[in-house]
Design a protein around this ligand. Structure first.
Ligand code: FAD
Length: 392
């Protein structure tokens, strides 16, 4: 019954990267996205070299670099005192060490670049296709959408995000609400008040909060993300994380941090969720990818990077195991198992590490003093803590 296509459910960064990587091997791919167009929120994204060297392999890194910024440093400051604690050098040595640059870019630019590259490689891109059901049948899968359309393929990739419907077939777990909430915002650089570096990603951390700032679009835009622990969440307030809480949480911070607050978007906020790692991403001929498989807290800026790694890993595994246009069930099973065997240990580790980094950023009291002491004492070219993430 299979018509040889690989069906990708969800056209976010994960789904589109997977579609592109698979199509580049000459396979037929169809992306089914429920939204009326392929779109991302208008905020920034950090891409570490573990992702950028794969974007290079997929032929889209130059376009990403052109649309984005190559920061020279990742800086860590104390949000209360304003003191600079340490930085990670992102220059030439860093790029040589990891085989790719650190890029910061507008999410919608990355999505546009991926969509264009998918088109170039013949991926069928469909919007307004909300997937309702996936059934495994002899020889393939059938995907049924809310509009009644049916699509058949060799296998399905569920890249349908944090609240993945497909994941619900594998596990009854739910997203875990960390009680932290993010406010985002981008503003034209010429509207920014006070000094701002055009060559740095700056993280300011303090008790139960942090702010991240970096330039986008060749320095024409400033991206800002403010995150804090909501007291209302702990108290069961249905309106937890509201803008009044934002202002109260950041009222204790130094002036350069407080200056960021008026330019954040106040009509939207993003509660921070993750999930426990799963030990299986596979049901029949359908496999999870990206946030559907391993949603993580964003403190390592690795959610999208890991989704990009997933896409390339899956394409490589299909190349190794599927040599036929209509492969048998055993080969499909081998390919999908090889993919999840490669990816689950790594993404589980990063999901867990992100939680620890969040704790370290948000610690108070003696813990904060000790953290600052360790951060202040480290060499700026000491890459020990990021080697396992950027280097693998
Ligand atoms: P999604 O982006 O959620 O895409 C899922 C897609 O599936 C959507 O387009 C959705 O419409 C579609 N869909 C859902 N259900 C269906 C259905 N039934 N049928 C059809 N389509 C469906 N990561 C980084 O690497 N670097 C960062 O700097 C970074 N910063 C972050 C900052 C914040 C504040 C947050 C919250 C996250 C951050 N992340 C970062 C994480 C990153 O944004 C996500 O990990 C990544 O976008 C996940 O991509 P995805 O394609 O797996 O899922």
């Amino acid at each position: 019954m299979s018509d040889g296509e690989i069906l990708v459910i969800g056209g976010g960064i994960g789904g589109l990267t997977a579609a592109l990587a698979i199509a580049r091997s000459g396979r037929a791919v169809r992306v089914l996205e429920r939204a009326p167009e392929f779109a991302e929120i208008g905020a920034g994204l950090q891409l570490a070299p573990n992702a950028t060297r794969l974007l290079d392999r997929l032929g889209v890194l130059d376009a990403c670099v052109e649309a984005g910024v190559l920061p020279e440093r990742l800086v860590f400051n104390d949000a209360l005192t304003g003191a600079r604690l340490t930085h990670l050098d992102l220059g030439e040595d860093f790029r040589r060490r990891y085989g790719g640059p650190y890029v910061v870019m507008h999410r919608s630019d990355l999505l546009r670049i991926l969509v264009e590259a998918c088109r170039t490689h013949g991926v069928a891109l469909e919007n307004g296709r909300e997937v309702d059901e996936v059934t495994t049948e002899p020889g393939g899968v059938t995907v049924t959408c809310a509009d009644g359309s049916r699509h058949t393929g060799v296998l399905a990739v569920a890249a349908d995000g944090l609240r993945s419907g497909v994941r619900g077939r594998l596990s009854d777990d739910q997203p875990i609400d960390s009680g932290y909430v993010a406010y985002r915002g981008t503003i034209p650089m010429d509207e920014v008040t006070g000094p701002i570096s055009l060559s740095e990603v700056v993280v300011w951390f303090g008790p139960g909060l942090h702010l991240v700032q970096y330039p986008l679009r060749s320095g024409r835009l400033l991206n800002q993300v403010a995150v804090f622990r909501s007291p209302g969440f702990a108290a069961g307030d249905p309106d937890w994380g509201n803008p009044d809480e934002l202002d109260a949480a950041f009222s204790v911070t130094c002036e350069p941090v407080r200056r960021a607050l008026p330019s954040l978007w106040r009509n939207n906020r993003w509660p921070m969720y993750d999930r426990e790692p799963l030990d299986n991403w596979l049901t029949g001929r359908t496999v999870l990818l990206g946030d559907a498989a391993h949603p993580m807290l964003q403190y390592l800026a690795q959610g999208a990077c890991q989704a990009i790694e997933d896409g390339v890993s899956l394409a490589d595994s299909l190349d190794r195991h599927l040599t036929d246009a209509a492969p048998d069930a055993v080969s499909v099973d081998k390919a999908l198992h090889a993919y999840q065997d490669e990816r689950i240990p790594r993404t589980s580790h990063i999901q867990r590490t992100a939680r620890v980094w969040g704790d370290m950023w948000h610690i108070d009291g003696v813990g904060a003093l000790l953290r600052n002491e360790v951060f202040t004492g480290r060499a700026v070219d000491d890459y020990r803590h990021v080697d396992p993430i950027y280097g693998a």
